[in-house]
Design a protein around this ligand. Structure first.
Ligand SMILES: [Zn+2]
Length: 545
């Protein structure tokens, strides 16, 4: 018999090598220990197995990382992402699995699986077990229903429904808006569990068939837009019970836990979900249209400032997820564009384009749900392209180009349809093309260098320590602003002499500042837009045809 620990968890496309947290693996039958031969770092073969005898496998796990996809155990709670915990036994993938946990007397376990009288949970197979996070602790749970389907809410790190009595009512509204978007009367799951971890400043979510685990910052929640952002995260993960879990890429059916599988359609799974998650709380009546426009303005600015979008297409971003998006480094912004961010921009473009043809993004989602989602048969990229082309024939040609090109899709022309325009806002100071930070070992060092910007042209690199500007000592980013002076939109400024330290050696470089660059865009309602544009904008923001 062979056994293996998953290397990743579905929904998060990075080989996490969970085996790094495993200690003291042993196997025995009737108190005789068995030999385990390691076939690879995460894969073993059991020798001398007696057929018919119960087999006991034991090991310990380090549970010290609080994210939605790792394990965390403290005196206050326990959280297990079961992909990091449960060994897959060869040949037992499709057998039922039973889960027992022993907990302190005041704790209870929350698992999105049917619970038996003896307190254990039963999963139909290994996949369903891995798809079931386990939260445990003395926390209260709160029950509510969406279209008659039972839902539970469990928070750790702060009791959200108790601190905000309208919270569960708003979550219910958002869940119902997700059902309306998918054109269904009730959620796809027959019961649903929300687990929320509130911590100092985290953010993240992981989708499952019948549950989600959310991480959110307590301080962010106290900010004016914090509650809306958490409702967007709720909408995002809840919508995934359709888009990506049941309406799933063919490459993930079935899931291979031992290898990185290229999923060319992540732009759809995450991009469309990220786009509609901003509109869903508004469609649910939980925020204002101006809030949605402010969120779109922020994300469109982020996209239009991204240098990596000229290097990596959306298609490449989806295919390279395993090696790029989840591995941040100082050069990432110059090299890559997130399939969440550009995928959401493309989804906006597709929604507005479909509206020109009398359709909308919801109609395509509902179409795909009927053709591929209900039967969970898995879709290929060609199925997505065909579905979009069925609702707007010219997308058969346009969509592959938008996916494979590094050119921007026609954002401004489509925003004009709903009476909106993007207006650039320039920075106050000259453009230098770098990001400076304080560092304990150096007063001032370069944390990021923009592709083709003034700093890169001067030969500056990430990690360079800045010592002096034109002979005067530099110690903090404010010193730079003081010494370099101001520069208007049409002024080039004089070249500046920089003394730097790189790898212990001093160097002098000449930096030519450039006129102030655009630092963001505002998304404004165009007063000159035709009257019909306002009606189109209202329907679009409400996720209505
Ligand atoms: Zn997602």
């Amino acid at each position: 018999m062979r056994l293996a620990l998953p290397r990743w968890t579905p929904g998060s496309y990075l080989l996490r090598e969970y085996v790094a947290h495993l200690e003291g693996l042993s196997a025995s039958q009737a108190e005789h220990s068995l030999k385990l031969e390691r076939l690879s770092p995460f894969h073993w073969q059991l020798e001398g197995l007696e057929p018919g005898e119960p087999l006991e496998i034991s090991y310990a796990l380090q549970a010290t990382e609080l994210t939605v996809r790792t394990c965390h155990l403290s005196a206050e709670h326990g959280f297990l992402a079961l992909a990091a915990v449960v060994l897959e036994l060869e040949g037992e993938r499709w057998s039922p699995h039973r889960l027992h946990v022993q907990l302190p007397p005041t704790w209870q376990g929350f698992v999105p699986l049917p619970q038996r009288d003896d307190g254990s949970w039963l999963a139909a197979d290994f996949d369903q077990l891995i798809d079931s996070p386990l939260e445990a602790g003395p926390h209260p749970s709160h029950s509510f229903a969406v279209a008659g389907v039972p839902h539970r809410w469990v928070s750790w790190g702060g009791d959200l429904p108790a601190e905000d009595s309208d919270w569960l009512a708003d979550v219910t509204q958002v869940c119902q808006a997700c059902c309306r978007l998918m054109g269904v009367d009730a959620p796809a799951a027959t019961s649903y569990l929300f687990v929320l971890h509130l911590n100092e400043q985290g953010y993240g979510g992981l989708e499952h068939d019948a549950s989600t685990v959310l991480q959110f910052g307590r301080r962010t929640l106290k900010q004016p837009d914090g509650r809306r952002r958490l409702l967007q995260l709720v909408a995002h993960e809840y919508l995934h019970q359709w888009n990506v879990r049941r309406l799933r890429p063919a490459e993930l059916a079935p899931i291979d836990y031992q290898q990185a599988v290229v999923v060319p359609t992540l732009w759809f799974a995450e991009g469309v979900t990220s786009y509609v998650d901003q509109l869903l709380p508004h469609a649910a009546g939980c925020c204002q249209a101006s809030d949605v426009l402010a969120d779109l303005e922020r994300d469109l600015s982020r996209y239009l400032l991204s240098q990596g979008r000229f290097v990596q297409s959306l298609q490449a971003s989806s295919e390279e997820a395993w090696v790029k998006l989840y591995r941040p480094h100082p050069h990432a912004a110059n090299q890559q564009v997130s399939y969440y961010l550009k995928g959401a921009v493309l989804a906006l473009v597709l929604d507005l384009h479909l509206r020109r043809h009398g359709s909308w993004i919801g109609a395509v989602l509902q179409h795909l749900w009927r053709s591929h989602g209900r039967t969970t048969r898995g879709y290929q990229q060609a199925d997505l392209l065909a579905a979009f082309a069925l609702h707007a024939a010219d997308l058969a040609d346009l969509l592959p180009r938008w996916l494979n090109s590094t050119d921007d899709p026609p954002l401004e022309a489509l925003l004009a349809d709903v009476g909106l325009k993007l207006v650039p806002v320039r920075a106050n100071g000259p453009s230098l093309g770098w990001t400076l930070e304080h560092r304990p070992a150096a007063d001032l060092w370069i944390a990021r260098v923009e592709r083709d910007g003034p700093a890169q042209q001067a030969g500056l690199q990430v990690g360079d320590e800045l010592l002096a500007l034109d002979g005067e000592r530099l110690r903090c980013p404010e010193d730079w602003n003081l010494l370099a002076g101001h520069c208007s939109a049409n002024c080039q400024g004089q070249p500046r002499e920089l003394l730097i330290c790189r790898d212990g050696l001093l160097q002098t470089l000449r930096l030519q500042p450039q006129p102030p660059a655009i630092e963001r865009w505002t998304l404004d309602i165009d007063p000159d837009a035709p009257v019909e544009a306002s009606g189109r904008r209202q329907a679009w923001l409400m996720l209505q045809p």
